[in-house]
Design a binder for this molecule. Structure first.
Ligand SMILES: Cc1ncc(COP(=O)(O)O)c(C=O)c1O
Length: 446
């Protein structure tokens, strides 16, 4: 049978991706036997016998476990409401560091609303909360879900350079010039950032971002939204995230915490004011038109938050961050002293992760569970490491900008220092081979 026009179009798109070496595919299912340097299960809670036992015990003693019966607007399960109340209390705990400045924001993120995923929360929020004629100013590395929300939004969106407070300030001042009424508090500007960026392991300079936003818009019409998908469970008191760690919870408009990464669950909670929560219940289509989290998911999330509240996650996250420091310092040192010169295109750490990065303390210097190994050859490096038993994934355009290809290393509570040493040794062996090969090619050409 001759292929239809649609089949031809789809096949051509895939062939084009294949020709450019950017075709995506599902990883082989045997990955489970490899050492995990790839998943977002940072605290290794998905493999915690203690958490698993607690979850199974709770499931066995809970009446409602299957399904949820429909959208939150159809069946508002009391376990969902109870979890929201719990999370509202958890994320507003008063043992966090003192608030750095009295809150200028009229609408504080003090209420909690569950979504089926972080993706749904971002799409739902950005599609409906910014109003027509508002602006969304976003970090250029913001997650795809925010992009999808912005596409559906009636507000105009403008990027600023990744983590650049200076560029953000320029964009905000430019907006004020373009729309003088913003200075009078008429209209709103939303600023979308992540606390920890998933592909780069960079931490957002939140205090400076907030300061720039507040001074550009002293009438408090700049609203900051912080996606804590990758920092939840790792940073801050009780794993409450980087906003809490910095005592900035009263200066942000919305905070997103997801359950699917360090918490080994499914779902997400958006912390917003009661007014914004009511608005989302009325307008967020990713909340209204979908079956809500199953009761079993709610039991699972509660068990993970029990774990955080017990304080046991803190030792795990300390271990993860110690592994991260070990990886960056060992690799930087070996690269520096390598007898075979390794050029940065073959293997390098990003500049901000090198020990000499900066002498003045900055958030960027905090260790993070995500360490990108920069290389122009991410697929061959990943293939070598996988063949040697280490599960890593190559990251290429369009997930990261062209020229910024990498192998993304994620560190976990279950990883050991010995495994990190193996990762460094195998990566260096591969890099030395590539360096020798390419220098041979160069001298052959000469
Ligand atoms: C920064 C960020 N935000 C949101 C999401 C979506 O969260 P979820 O996996 O719960 O849909 C992700 C997941 O990849 C993420 O990395």
């Amino acid at each position: 049978m001759t292929p239809s026009a649609l089949e031809k179009q789809l096949a051509a798109a895939l062939e084009s991706r294949q020709a450019r070496h950017i075709q995506r595919s599902l990883p082989p299912s045997a990955d489970i036997d490899l050492v995990d340097f790839s998943s977002n299960d940072y605290l290794s809670l998905s493999k915690s016998p203690e958490l698993r036992d607690r979850f199974l015990e709770k499931l066995a003693s809970t009446e409602q476990v299957l399904g949820s019966g429909g959208s939150r607007l159809l069946v508002n399960g009391s376990p969902h409401v109870d979890l929201e109340n719990r999370l509202r209390a958890f994320f507003n705990r008063s043992d966090d560091p003192p608030i750095s400045k009295p809150s200028p924001l009229p609408i504080l993120a003090t209420d909690a609303l569950l979504f089926n995923s972080g993706f749904d929360a971002n799409v739902g929020f950005f599609a409906c909360v910014p109003q027509p004629a508002d602006f969304i100013v976003y970090d250029e590395y913001i997650h795809a879900s925010v992009h999808d929300g912005m596409r559906l939004s009636r507000a105009r969106s403008i990027p600023f350079k990744h983590n650049s407070v200076e560029d953000l300030e320029n964009v905000l001042l430019g907006l004020k010039g373009e729309r003088p009424e913003l200075s009078d508090g008429i209209g709103s500007v939303f600023i979308a950032v992540e606390s920890l960026y998933s592909m780069d392991g960079t931490i957002s300079p939140l205090p400076e971002i907030i300061q720039v936003a507040e001074s550009a818009f002293p009438n408090n019409n700049a609203y900051i939204s912080v996606d804590e998908a990758h920092s939840t469970g790792i940073y801050g008191p009780g794993g409450r995230g980087i906003v809490s760690m910095l005592g900035l919870q009263d200066r942000v408009f919305a905070r997103l915490h997801t359950f699917g990464k360090a918490l080994a669950g499914t779902g997400a909670v958006l912390l917003v004011s009661p007014l914004v929560k009511q608005y989302l219940i009325n307008y967020a289509r990713t909340l209204i038109y979908t079956t809500s989290l199953s009761y079993a998911n709610i039991v699972s999330a509660n068990c993970s938050f029990d774990f955080l509240e017990s304080g046991r996650a803190e030792a795990l996250s300390r271990h993860v961050l110690a592994l991260s420091e070990h990886l960056t310092t060992t690799l930087a040192d070996i690269l520096h002293h390598s007898l075979t010169p390794i050029t940065p295109d073959i293997l390098s750490l990003p500049e901000y992760m090198q020990p000499s990065a900066s002498s003045s303390p900055s958030l960027l210097q905090l260790p993070t569970p995500i360490v990108p190994l920069m290389t122009s050859y991410p697929r061959p490096l990943a293939a070598r490491l996988r063949a040697l038993g280490l599960n890593v994934r190559p990251i290429t355009w369009p997930t990261v900008p062209k020229g910024k290809e990498r192998v993304r290393i994620c560190l976990h509570a279950k990883n050991s220092f010995e495994e990190v040493d193996l990762l460094v040794r195998y990566s260096m062996q591969w890099a030395a081979e590539v360096a020798v090969e390419s220098s041979g090619l160069v001298s052959a050409k000469l």
